[in-house]
Design a protein around this ligand. Structure first.
Ligand code: ACD
Length: 135
């Protein structure tokens, strides 16, 4: 159950293939360099029936508020406008983003006490990012 990690902070520890993932989404070189260099701190919280996913880094601070299964408008850290839906399946958040260009990407975040495992996929590209609890 994802609610077990509410209020817990996790910091990016490792990132694999993220540049290729951003490239496949059409993210420009400068944003890829900056985005690939930062180690965001992520925290999940709940306000009433909404979840609040916060990601803070020197590049951007992003707050995503969502109700499970309900589509919302989202601006990605690189400035794309997408339609996003996040579902909660046990301790996993599955986010599907649909871009104006028809491109679809899936971002899975599996929360445990020890880590958040993030798997991002678009086309045939997969990136894995591991977040560890902030000491
Ligand atoms: C994460 C990665 C979030 C990935 C989201 C979108 C990927 C596409 C482009 C990102 C471009 C730059 C930003 C990259 C990382 C910084 C994260 C900023 C805070 C959300 O959450 O690990």
């Amino acid at each position: 159950m994802v609610d077990a990690v509410l209020g817990k902070k996790f910091k990016l520890e490792s990132s694999d293939n993220f540049d290729e993932y951003m490239k496949a989404l059409g993210v420009g070189l400068v944003t890829r360099k900056v985005g690939g260099a930062v180690s965001p701190v992520v925290e999940l919280n709940k306000q009433g029936d909404e979840y609040v996913l916060t990601s803070n880094s020197t590049f951007k601070n992003v707050v995503t508020k969502f109700k499970p299964g309900v589509e919302f408008d989202q601006e990605t850290p690189d400035g794309r406008k997408v339609k996003a839906t996040i579902t909660v399946d046990g301790n996993k958040l599955v986010e599907v983003q649909k871009g104006a260009d028809g491109k679809e990407t899936t971002i899975e975040r599996t929360f445990t006490d020890d880590e958040i495992k993030m798997v991002l996929s678009v086309d045939d590209i997969t990136s894995t990012r591991i977040y560890k609890p902030l000491a």
